[in-house]
Design a protein around this ligand. Structure first.
Ligand code: F6P
Length: 301
């Protein structure tokens, strides 16, 4: 298919490597004489007809940074047919031959709605949560390292005082990030369920405390428990200072690691060529290889 003009957007929580993927798509478009535009702020950009032409000046100095040069967004409006239709109308009016979507599972649902409305759309899994049916989503390794580095810093102070900590970790309802971090910082104190066994946790915190080898670090997945009140309960029960930490955007921000940059750039390039074939698929990593999967096969659960 002859392609002259494409759009790209970033949606959901930003993931380190999104800018690399935009750069990869831009490079491929330059090579193939295709114009590339970004929708500002995710799906809302499509609804409100807000596009920006992507050129090198937009990307310069940002390829090695996290966040998104196009700004990301979560669009409750995009769940309604009336706004999906408006987005499709805008894509047609601007003569876009296809769209690249970067995001997680919510963004994938948006891509499916557009495909069903006749839009030529390709998606790339980009989320620190690793919650899609690929072995890896863009940004996951960078975020894991961000968290591990932050915990290493926290550990320095914990060790200096013999304190413990309760640390809230992102990941929404996907435990991949917290499991990976738990292994990397060597803790078995992990809360991944709202109805976790508090008695068992107290027992394990006491065991770690009594071993005196390393401070007890309890990792909590998102809202499975209130970090501050859990720290205070454990402090009372285990007779050790337990400091609450909410890492927040320290986890998502920062420079993408080399792997995320490479994956982002390569997937961005591949997305442009996939749109040329009018294949509506997600392009992600399985067993260290970039593969294409139909949208419906990309949900994890
Ligand atoms: O999807 C990425 C993510 O960071 C999740 O881990 C987390 O639940 C959510 O986004 C936080 O969203 P917000 O940035 O809107 O608070």
């Amino acid at each position: 298919m002859q392609i002259k003009k494409l759009a790209i957007l970033t949606s959901g929580g930003d993931a380190p490597g999104m800018n690399s993927a935009i750069f990869g798509a831009y490079q491929e478009c330059e090579n193939k004489n295709i114009e590339l535009f970004g929708a500002i702020g995710g799906y809302d950009g499509l609804i409100d007809n807000k596009f920006i032409k992507i050129d090198y000046s937009l990307l310069s100095g940002r390829i090695n940074r996290g966040g998104s040069v196009l700004k990301s967004g979560r669009s409750p409006r995009f769940m309604q047919k009336v706004y999906i239709n408006r987005a499709v109308k805008n894509l047609k009016a601007n003569n876009f031959d296809g769209l690249i979507v970067l995001g997680g599972d919510g963004s994938l649902r948006g891509a499916i709605s557009l495909r069903d409305a006749g839009v030529n759309v390709v998606a790339i899994p980009a989320t620190i949560d690793n919650d899609l049916n690929f072995s890896y989503t863009l940004g996951y390794d960078t975020a894991t390292n961000n968290i591990v580095n932050a915990i290493d810093n926290i550990l320095d102070s914990l060790n200096a005082f013999n304190y413990g900590a309760v640390i809230k970790i992102m990941g929404r309802d996907c435990p991949d990030l917290i499991n990976c971090v738990a292994e990397a910082v060597d803790t078995n104190l992990v809360v991944k369920d709202k109805d976790f066994d508090l008695k068992d946790l107290i027992k394990k915190v006491n065991q770690v405390k009594n071993k005196k080898t390393c401070p007890p670090i309890v990792l909590v997945l998102e809202d499975c428990a209130d970090t501050t009140s859990l720290a205070s309960t454990l402090q009372n029960e285990c007779k050790i200072q337990m400091r609450p930490h909410i890492l927040g955007y320290i986890q998502r921000g920062g420079s993408p690691c080399a792997y995320d940059r490479r994956y982002g750039i390569t997937a961005g390039k591949m997305a442009v060529n996939t749109l040329k074939n009018r294949e509506c698929v997600m392009i992600g990593i399985c067993k260290d290889e970039l593969v294409k999967k139909p949208f419906e096969e990309c949900f994890k659960i």
